[in-house]
Design a protein around this ligand. Sequence first.
Ligand SMILES: [Zn+2]
Ligand SMILES: [Zn+2]
Length: 119
Amino acid sequence: MKSGELLLRCKICGNLVAAKTMHYTPDFKLICDDCYKKLFPPSKSQSITVKKPLTLKVKEKQSREWWICNFCNYKFSVKQGKTPLKCPMCGRSNLEKLETFTEKLVQEAITYDQEFDEN
Ligand SMILES: [Zn+2]
Ligand SMILES: [Zn+2]
């Protein structure tokens, strides 16, 4: 720690800590970073949102196009502008682009990127 750095005493644990690392509580107590994290842990719902696949799907919906295989009825999405050459399920090429899709379809369909992203 550099000399001359302003040290303040945490109102909770009593430790002397660098002022710039401290936090104010809603009732204007100055407390250290450790105590702040204990008192106000990052909300759990936030960290779950990051990994939630459903959120990702809804976000991607705008930039994806949905296709259905006329042979096996397999539904899948590719990035907008990509044209799948064959059905990832049965390998046949009688695919039809879906101009409209429902929320239910989005849930059912498989997001399929690996092969088509190559071309
Ligand atoms: Zn403290
Ligand atoms: Zn198919």
